[in-house]
Ligand binder design. Structure first.
Ligand code: XMP
Length: 523
């Protein structure tokens, strides 16, 4: 792999994704990693990420100097660039000037072909815009390094030592605000370090299928489908590996959106051939939710009922497998790479604990986990799903909370209200898709304010109905979000259709709150 050394900012994941977009497999490692640990991973390249610190700060994250003696091609970015400069004998100065945002940079060397140091900036204009965010600056490049670029405030903005295959840039090539950023990363990987571009969805599938087969042998595997992307793709991948040794369970809690159950039961099964058991728990959930309007209580009830429903069918399937002489020993989990990185890395599989991807599975299951997506980012999971031929309606699906529509009805959840919300949500989704806006929004919760009524006039008469809230948001990771400026015509169309086609709704309102302060969901 290419190792991305994380110096503690948000940038490492972004860098890892950009490396993969260049068709090279990457892994994130903490900056505390030792040279021996790095060597054991056999990296073909190393990228040192940016970070929030100054190299002068007490306790500033450092790098085991041995890492730069392993003979591995290395690219330093921002803070990583400065760490590299210092460790190799250059100088970093505290200029007291902070360079932040879009900055004009000048390439100060002749662009050259492969094998030359300035291959890093090959094919790029001499004047370009780069995204900067730093206080300290490299004031002198280490011995043997060529300075490749500068800005008004930063004389050494990029450098290279082609013999050692060491490269560095002060700016952030991983952000889209650096228009030639991806080219810097690709030049480092392909031209300077000579790493082939051969990592893709097809290879990942082949590799995972082999791993899963080795892990599972002839054992039986259980999987819970939620209707979401991660569980759909992980289940399909495991099915590809072990076929009918896998059985999938889908709990219909009645809080799904329109058409979701059919998509799983028909389209998904038709394309994958997965053996699927649907548990119809709609009644149970509705009964358990009767009279409850407190959001946290609703969430708890839905979580609890989900576990009950799952445990019941699980016990039956475990018994069935045991009777057939092949115990059910494995459980599929759709854990993604960001979860793994954020919970401190970790390798191998552990017994189930904190990852609750499907509405919260029981904590004390005696299963060994299969997590075929734990090295992947969401967009890569989608690519694999497409490669496996899964329906676009599932692969392209936006995030949807485990508790489903239950937390999008403000007030008590009833069958009637769910029906109203399902219709309104289906209209909003259809119109957003028709307008080609799916790619621009992260998700668009549609919320029913069931305890609010307002006066309207529909047809010839006065109405006293409920408002529907549209909550379109743009986000990178759901931690922060902004409300999406949807075109007025699209909003008008959605509003018209909902108030005309959905009974009891006489008003559509738009949520124009960012996160923070508002969360994405209303409950
Ligand atoms: P909030 O409302 O906290 O949502 O801003 C952030 C993201 O998480 C989703 N979400 C959930 N996903 N189980 C999930 O799997 C949940 O209980 C849950 N609650 C919120 C939400 O849709 C958004 O994408």
């Amino acid at each position: 792999p290419v190792l991305v050394v994380d110096f503690g900012a948000q940038y490492a994941q972004l860098i890892a994704r950009r490396v993969r977009e260049a068709s090279v497999y990457s892994e994130i490692v903490p900056h505390t990693i030792t040279a021996a640990e790095v060597a054991a991973k056999n990296p073909v390249g190393i990228v040192l990420s940016g970070g929030p610190s100054s190299v002068y700060e007490e306790g500033a994250p450092a790098l085991d100097p041995g890492i730069l003696e392993l003979g591995v091609p290395t690219l330093g970015i921002c803070y990583g660039f400065q760490v590299m400069a210092r460790q190799l004998g250059g100088e970093v100065a505290q200029t007291g000037r902070r360079e932040y945002g879009s900055t004009a940079a000048q390439v100060t060397t002749e662009p050259a072909g492969p094998g030359s140091g300035n291959a890093l900036l090959a094919g790029q204009p001499a004047d370009q815009t780069v995204w900067m965010s730093h206080g300290d600056s490299v004031s002198r490049a280490p011995e043997g390094f060529e300075v490749l670029a500068s800005t008004a405030d930063t004389p050494v903005a990029a450098f290279a030592n082609d013999e050692k295959k060491f490269y560095g840039v002060q700016w952030h090539p991983e952000v889209k605000h650096s228009p030639y950023g991806q080219a810097v990363i690709e030049n480092f990987l392909h031209r300077a370090a000579g790493i082939p571009a051969d990592w893709n969805a097809g290879n990942v599938i082949a590799e995972q299928v082999e791993r899963i087969r080795a892990q599972v042998g002839t054992g039986r595997v259980l999987s819970a489908l939620s209707g979401g992307v991660d569980s759909a793709v992980s289940t399909a991948l495991v099915h590809e590996a072990v076929g009918d040794q896998l059985v999938a369970v889908f709990v219909d809690h009645g809080l799904l959106r329109k058409g979701e159950r059919e998509q799983v039961e028909q389209d998904y099964v038709a394309t994958t051939g997965v053996r699927l058991i649907t548990v119809d728990a709609r009644e149970t959930f509705l009964n358990a939710l009767a009279g409850v309007s407190d959001p946290e209580q609703k969430r708890k009830i839905i979580g609890r009922e989900f576990i009950r429903a799952f445990e019941k069918v699980q016990a039956e399937l475990v018994a069935e497998a045991a009777a057939e002489g092949e115990p059910m020993r494995f459980l599929v989990q759709g854990t993604l790479y960001p979860d793994v990185v954020e919970s401190g890395g970790g390798t191998g599989t552990a017994n189930i604990k904190s990852h609750h991807n499907v509405g919260g599975l029981p904590e004390d299951l005696e299963f060994e986990l299969i997590e075929p997506l734990r090295t992947l980012f969401k967009d890569e999971v989608r690519a694999i799903g497409r490669e496996l031929g899964l329906p676009e309606a599932i692969v392209g699906r936006q995030p949807f909370p485990g508790p489903g529509l239950g937390i999008r009805i403000v007030g008590e959840v009833t069958a009637d209200r769910l029906e109203i919300l399902r219709e309104a949500d289906a209209i909003a989704r259809a119109e957003l898709t028709a307008a080609g806006l799916d790619g621009q929004i992260w998700q668009c919760p549609v919320v029913l304010l069931a305890d609010v009524r307002s006066v309207g006039v529909q047809g010839d008469g006065r109405t006293y109905g409920h408002p529907i809230v549209l909550r379109p948001v743009s986000s990178e990771d759901a931690m922060t979000a902004d409300w999406t400026r949807l075109p007025y015509e699209v909003l008008a169309k959605i509003s018209n259709r909902i108030t005309n086609e959905v009974r009891e709704v006489n008003r559509v309102v738009l949520d124009v709150t960012s996160k923070p302060p508002g969360t994405i969901e209303w409950e």
